[in-house]
Design a protein around this ligand. Structure first.
Ligand code: BGC
Length: 809
């Protein structure tokens, strides 16, 4: 044993309580060599912590989430986090967590890499679907419940991505610029709850920088806030490849570098540690934390694999269905729903991604289920044999645009051996069109990566009217028409399609310039144009649309277009908007079902629809839940965890995104999501917390009872309609006057209640005085101000019939 470890052991014996876990940790630590300690703090084979059999440390196996236990073959694919959040039901979140815990044990998984608790600050974030919406309180309640559920089964949960990792494009480079009060009150809250209330075992860093420093080595964030202020004693791990230096990570609180020790390794640490040139305390702290979690969960005592739990577990399947039933949100209904089996004889389903089923967004959370059900099959199953179901896979033909070669005399292609179109081109040639997926260098003098191309030329429109211009690129692209910049996505990213529309005049010639660069990954450059008319006209079955009693139009994104690693547009693809517009011209019975992880643009097409359902990504049984809702077997009760704006323009979203020169400025500060809409008196399309039911509820009987350190809010809700249903009673609070800027109101409590027709229930919601505190940056602490706090109760952030005043002294 070295002198250092003897000294440390001595120190810890003096200070450590007689906790058997801590005693065990110290005993093992004392036996480990420097080399062994370094070996423990770097991941192995992407999903493991290395075993050390000499000192009795087992191998630790991880799996991704949050949609399921996704890494080790097929597994139950639950609805995405955004659907779980829409249920506003922490008891269901806990059931989900327990179910995940069992799925993990069926696969011998010790650490589940979820839940994700970043906030839907902007709708474009490609990972919103994994998270739980825009509100820190709602996200906190859900996260704590999920963590408790998972960890109750003896599996470690990992809350991620710490912190302010709220967009995907350039996520490895960008810095989120956020002031401290906004961080503390909004973006850090769910992490704080996960640590303090959920006792989460692990926290994963974001890829991003926070105010200029990588989250994986951010001293203030990790050692100051997470481990200092909140007392987190578990493992702080890097996201996969999010570590960027040996010293920063070693000294500033990263405990485990994943997926492999690229920076914290023998080569970078051992010699200096050995020579006493590097402080060994951080290393011991990292090892202690990893051992603490291993011993706390008893991973050294028994195998994690429980072969008695089936991998395709019917119990998990039921939980997946329960979440979809509660978390599907009905946002518009002109009375068409629920469909009546005695009146509806035929249903037409249209859309892309309908078969086999659009169950999840993409990336590291995508879970491959054992089985899933499509919308038409689910409707057949639920509606019964009296209802005929037809399906037509209406798919936009946008990719056909890439075959466009109608350039006058071809395009001049200038190829540069750099990513910035700088200097003299290495290669100049004529290209007939832009439809490349290079697997080799595009030409002599160029490499497979790090090149850029400028194409210039002109084209003549062959008809009058609207044209769609489409570019699919990996990585950046800029398009100019007649000198005007029409598309600008000059960023590193996976293949993504961007479109814009222009009205062209028959016979007129237009100048075109397309600029492209290839950074890493695939080298895809595709561009073209086609009349909007040609996008859909051949595929829409107009007779069937006219004659159907209900036309279910499935739209939105999918696991390619809404995914980790890339952001997505606010609007759903152009051909889908066109499809809805065409259908609504032919039928008054158009029910739009949308798949997205946050808000989308619904203007103007929403006006023509009879109903609009936000399905999110509903998992393997989601379409069964959808069919049950369509036919009224399940009364919808989900509430939107995000605000749907009428348009981006005129809201903070328009300036909040994209980042500028590697910086994402959180200029709206505290006023994100519904807080911005309330403060600026802007009516949203659908407010936060809103969702329709097939019955009606009445609120009354507000009573405010002061209690020790807070208030108890009592309210009665009555089902005044004719069918049973669930309502989510929501409590908001806000100061009329304050010494600091404040939100008009914020969600502070909620409760889901089930009510038979005519039935009333009284709910009691506790409001702790600390819940209305603000963070005083100068005083480094939370302050509860005396004053009048308005308390509202209702069923959305904008429908709050009950109001009272709490005089807080
Ligand atoms: C994601 C994490 C994930 C990890 C491991 C990363 O790309 O950002 O959320 O847990 O991969 O697959």
């Amino acid at each position: 044993m070295s002198l250092i470890s003897l000294a440390l052991l001595g120190a810890s014996i003096l200070s450590a309580p007689l906790d058997p876990v801590e005693t065990h940790v110290e005993a093992t630590l004392a036996k480990m060599t420097l080399k062994e300690k370094i070996t423990l703090i770097g991941g192995d084979r992407s999903m493991f912590i290395r075993p050390n059999l000499r000192v009795g440390i087992p191998e630790i196996k991880m799996s991704d989430g949050p949609v399921g236990v996704r890494t080790w073959g097929p597994s139950t694919a639950y609805p995405a986090g955004i659907v779980l959040a829409a249920a506003f039901d922490p008891s269901l979140s806990q059931r989900f967590g327990e179910s995940i815990g069992r799925d993990a044990k069926a696969r011998g998984v010790h650490i589940w890499l979820a839940p994700g608790v970043n906030l839907a600050r902007v709708p474009q974030n490609g990972r919103n679907f994994e998270y739980q919406g825009e509100d820190p309180y709602l996200t906190s309640r859900g996260a704590v419940a999920v963590i408790k559920g998972v960890q109750s089964q003896g599996v470690v949960a990992t809350v991620k991505h710490f912190a302010a990792n709220d967009h995907e494009n350039d996520r490895n480079m960008d810095s989120s610029e956020v002031d401290e009060r906004t961080l503390r009150e909004i973006y850090l809250r769910p992490f704080e709850a996960a640590v303090k209330e959920g006792h989460v075992g692990a926290v994963m860093s974001g890829y991003n920088k926070l105010n200029g420093t990588y989250a994986s080595e951010h001293q203030w964030l990790v050692q100051g806030v997470l481990k200092g202020d909140w007392g987190f004693d578990g493992i702080y791990m890097s996201d996969w490849g999010a570590a960027h230096s040996s010293r920063g990570t070693y000294l500033h609180g990263l405990d485990l570098e994943m997926p492999s020790p690229d920076f914290m390794n023998e080569k970078s640490l051992l010699q200096e540690l050995d020579k006493g040139q590097l402080d060994p305390k951080p290393l011991d702290d990292k090892v202690r934390r990893i051992l603490r979690i291993i011993y706390r969960f008893g991973f050294d005592k028994k195998p994690q694999l429980d072969p008695t739990i089936p991998k395709d577990d019917p119990a998990s399947d039921r939980v997946a269905l329960a979440i979809a039933r509660e978390g599907t949100v009905l946002l518009k209904n002109d009375g068409i729903l629920p469909l009546r089996r005695d009146r509806v004889r035929n249903v037409l389903v249209l859309g892309p991604d309908v078969v086999p089923a659009n169950i999840s967004g993409g990336g590291s959370s995508y879970t491959d289920p054992f089985h899933k059900i499509s919308i038409p099959d689910a409707i057949k199953k639920i509606a019964g044999s009296g209802v005929e179901v037809n399906f037509r896979p209406v798919i936009g033909k946008i990719n056909e645009a890439f075959a466009f070669t109608g350039y006058e005399g071809g395009l001049k292609g200038e190829y540069f051996a750099n990513k910035t179109l700088s200097g003299t081109p290495t290669l100049v040639r004529k290209d007939a069109g832009i439809d490349f997926n290079w697997h080799v260098a595009p030409g002599k003098g160029l490499a497979q990566t790090d090149f850029s191309v400028r194409w210039t030329g002109s084209f003549r429109a062959k008809s009058d009217g609207a044209y769609v211009f489409a570019a699919r690129t990996d990585d950046g692209v800029r398009v100019y028409v007649d000198g005007k910049l029409m598309l600008d996505r000059w960023i590193d990213r996976g293949a993504a399609t961007d479109t814009f529309q222009l009205n062209l005049k028959k016979g007129q010639s237009y100048a075109l310039k397309v600029e492209y660069y290839q950074g890493m990954g695939d080298a895809i450059a595709q561009f073209g144009l086609m009349p909007v008319e040609e996008l859909l006209s051949n595929t829409l079955p107009t007779d069937l649309v006219r004659s159907a009693d209900a036309v279910v139009v499935s739209v939105g994104f999918n696991s390619d277009t809404e995914s980790e690693g890339q952001d997505r547009p606010f609007e759903i693809p152009m051909e889908q908007r066109l499809m809805i517009e065409r259908v609504t011209k032919l039928s008054k019975r158009c029910i739009v079902v949308n798949h997205s992880g946050a808000a989308i643009g619904t203007t103007p097409w929403i006006d023509g629809t009879a109903a609009f359902i936000q399905a999110g990504y509903p998992g393997q049984n989601g379409n069964q839940a959808l069919a049950e809702i369509l036919f009224g077997d399940v009364n919808p009760s989900g509430k939107s965890p995000v605000t749907f704006p009428k348009a981006l323009l005129g809201t903070y979203y328009a300036t909040a995104y994209p980042p500028v020169k590697g910086k994402m400025f959180y200029r709206e500060g505290l006023f994100m999501g519904y807080r911005w809409f309330d403060k600026n008196n802007v009516a949203p399309r659908f407010p936060f917390g809103f969702g329709l039911s097939y019955t009606k509820f009445r609120f009354g009987g507000l009573k405010l009872h002061p209690i020790v350190n807070g208030l108890e809010v009592e309210a009665t809700v009555t089902n005044t309609g004719s069918v049973k249903g669930d309502e989510v009673v929501q409590l908001y609070a806000g100061y009329a006057q304050s010494s600091v800027p404040r939100a008009v109101r914020e969600l502070k409590g909620f409760q889901r209640v089930s009510l038979a027709p005519g039935q009333s229930k009284t709910v009691h919601l506790a409001l702790d005085r600390n819940a209305v505190a603000f963070y005083d940056v100068a005083k480094h602490g939370w302050v509860v101000e005396a004053g009048d706090v308005t308390v509202w109760v209702g069923d959305s952030s904008r429908d709050l019939p009950l109001k009272g005043i709490w005089s807080l002294r």
